[in-house]
Design a protein around this ligand. Structure first.
Ligand SMILES: CC(C)(COP(=O)(O)OP(=O)(O)OC[C@H]1O[C@@H](n2cnc3c(N)ncnc32)[C@H](O)[C@@H]1OP(=O)(O)O)[C@@H](O)C(=O)NCCC(=O)NCCS
Length: 345
């Protein structure tokens, strides 16, 4: 296990947060629930039918796990009411009708969609964080959170980042041995304001999860106006505007751009291309202009650079929600539980 992950797990143990896992039907999730609660990484609430979960997972000791069955939970009516009130006036894009006609319709819906049930538990303060996605798509995992948890104060965009952990040995361009890349997984073509939000949230992830003091580089194919794409996507002015917006919103944060990647990480290039910049040549948080650049970028670091990628870590929610990969192992779920516990305030 990497030092970064060891540190995340030992930090989580000190916090005693309550994490809800709505996918009680998934054996990897149940195994992670048993292990995480036995190790006291977090208090775990698993959603599903107790007898069915125990019968399907005979080897697991679930004595320390709280199992809540939405079908018999006395709080289901309260959550349904809350959902109905929160989403009043919202129209379902597919049907053109109101999302929920009344409280009964909201209740019928949450008894089928346990991710929404878990999001409402979070909203009500009955859990501190939510981890799902082992057997649901990213969109179905995040949508309940986007609809009812919403964003943290001062942030209007939910986004994601990867914590990239360097392979053993010195890397002169990444002396911290860890870096944060955002957004590689959620926002497809963010505008300047959304990129500013991604930068501020990624800096928070760098502090809280990666354990580093962030120095944020806004990335481009241009450094400080050296390139121009006015005829095409206007991505250079977009990154310049995002840099200005992020600096204004977080004046104490070390953030600068726009930079090519080499100007961001190589002191010798930074000095020439962006003299006097507090970030050029020693950045450790990297903000990409869109999901294409970000997703390709982190995979290059992983495959060519030998970095271990931890994530995607969701950021910007008012209360933490994280999305698992459908190919995850129980070990991965345990790591994401610990990350989510650290994000809980
Ligand atoms: C995140 C995502 C799932 C949202 O999709 P969606 O459910 O169709 O979103 P909608 O546009 O219907 O918005 C639903 C609500 O969420 C809000 N929302 C959507 N994206 C948001 C974001 N990034 N930040 C904050 N709020 C957001 C909307 O404002 C809307 O709120 P409202 O219903 O209260 O008005 C979508 O952006 C997505 O699929 N992204 C790519 C994910 C992906 O495939 N990644 C690859 C994995 S590596």
């Amino acid at each position: 296990m990497s030092k970064v992950l060891e540190n995340i797990i030992s930090q989580a143990k000190k916090l005693n947060k309550k994490i809800v896992l709505p996918e009680g039907e998934d054996k990897r999730v149940v195994a992670a629930a048993a292990q995480s609660s036995a190790e006291k990484i977090a208090r775990i609430v698993l959603l599903g039918d107790r007898d069915e979960i125990i019968a399907a997972n005979p080897g697991q000791d679930l004595s320390a796990v709280e199992i809540v069955n939405p079908a018999t939970d006395p709080k289901a009516d309260e959550y349904a009411r809350m959902l109905y009130e929160l989403r009043k006036g919202k129209i379902n894009k597919k049907t053109g009708q109101p999302e929920y006609a009344d409280e009964q319709a909201a209740k019928a819906s949450i008894l089928k969609d346990y991710t929404m049930y878990a999001a409402l538990m979070l909203k009500a303060g009955d859990a501190d964080g939510l981890v799902s996605g082992a057997c649901h798509s990213t969109a179905n995992t995040l949508r309940p959170g986007l609809q009812v948890i919403k964003t943290a104060p001062g942030i209007n965009t939910v986004s994601s980042s990867f914590v990239l952990v360097a392979p053993e040995g010195e890397n002169k361009y990444n002396p911290d041995g860890v870096a944060v890349f955002g957004d590689c997984a959620i926002n497809i073509e963010p505008d300047a304001q959304q990129i500013a939000d991604i930068a501020i949230s990624s800096a928070e992830t760098a502090r809280v999860i990666a354990g580093i003091e962030p120095r944020v580089a806004m990335l481009s194919f241009s450094t400080k106006g050296s390139g121009n794409d006015d005829k095409y996507f206007k991505s250079v002015p977009k990154m310049q505007e995002a840099t200005a917006l992020a600096k204004k919103a977080a004046p104490d944060l070390a953030i600068d751009g726009e930079f090519q990647f080499d100007a961001a990480v190589a002191p010798e290039v930074g000095k020439i291309k962006a003299p006097g910049s507090p970030v050029a040549g020693n950045a450790n948080v990297f903000i990409f202009p869109n999901i294409n650049a970000g997703n390709i970028g982190y995979k290059i670091a992983q495959r060519f650079g030998g970095y271990m990628a931890l994530g995607p870590i969701c950021q910007g929610f008012a209360k933490p929600i994280n999305d698992l990969s459908r190919g995850c192992s129980a070990e991965d779920v345990r790591a994401v539980i610990a990350i989510t516990a650290l994000q809980a305030k």
